[in-house]
Design a binder for this molecule. Sequence first.
Ligand code: ATP
Length: 361
Amino acid sequence: MKVQPILRLKNISKAFGSFQAVKDINLEIFEGEFFTIVGPSGSGKSTLIRLLVGMDDLTSGEIYLRGNRIDRTPANLRPTCMVFQSLALFPHMSVGQNIEFPLKLKKMAPNDRKQKSLELLDLLRLPKSFYEKRISQCSGGEKQRVALARALAFDPEILFFDEPLSALDYRLRKTLEKELKNLHLRTGKTFVYITHSLEEAMVMSDRIAIMRGGEFEQISVSDDIYERPVSRFVAEFMGEVNLFEVSGTKKLGLKSENPNFHINCDPSKAKLGLADGIGGVLVVRPECLRFLTNSESADFVLTGKLKAEYALGSRTQYEIETASQNIITVEKLREDRFMGKEGSKVTLGFDAESAHIIEEL
Ligand code: ATP
């Protein structure tokens, strides 16, 4: 049986004057999914989410919630809810009054409201005593949890999040990322989240959409986007990466103009080959490169000089400069540290299974 999408966007666009901020997007989001839209500043993430919750009108296109068209339904009548970075809590009210606000709108009886509010405090792992606490007395992380509890009190079909963690410090953000993922599992709700932080997207999401210039460049699960990016833009956006310029040969192989880059395998068998005359880049993540001793080889081998070494805590990062002055980044776990002197000659290798090819027309 085909899973039905809870939300379907059909050719949606948004223009501000002659500027197209969202360009003809088609997308299906499924029931219970944690779907994250990630992209650089100005790529159109906020504009898109504002369209989805009804805070802004579409220029063209249609939005369907469980098959019913909702793009002409005002935001307050849609069964969806948004959690903002600013949280939009009522500062003069208590935590309990904030959480109960949507329940009051639904005309729920006071005792039932309190009961529901206490249940939500428990779900968000806040003590019952917080019910009476004023918002101004809560820490950043506690306010964030209250905002989530209030959003859940609306009992929305879909919860939308607009960079809710970006104002928080690193440690709190890391904790709340995991809590949000956990909350998603416990509630079974559909979460649609936007962020410019790739790490945040990778920790929490079932699927990630990479947005660029008002369009989606790639939509997939995080491993796929990390290991098999469809473009140089996605590869670079998804963290540290090494890109080697190559071109195709007659037998669907690869060649490189770089005399220090050796191809010791048959790229056509490794599904890395390109057609004759077609250019592309081989994508290799820093953790997939290894330092080779004289007796070792690999499917792809290159040489350079150790330029710098950086301790990253559990890992160490190395910068290797090639003869053509390209910088190659290698990362090793701390216990597998490479013991080399800065300026010394090194040979690096990687195997076909840890590489990915992007064809560039
Ligand atoms: P950020 O991560 O910085 O919030 P974003 O990906 O959310 O960026 P948007 O805020 O959606 O990007 O903006 C996308 C583009 O649309 C930007 O170039 C922005 O200047 C433009 N834009 C957004 N809102 C308006 C508006 N009301 N009028 C004119 N242009 C706008």
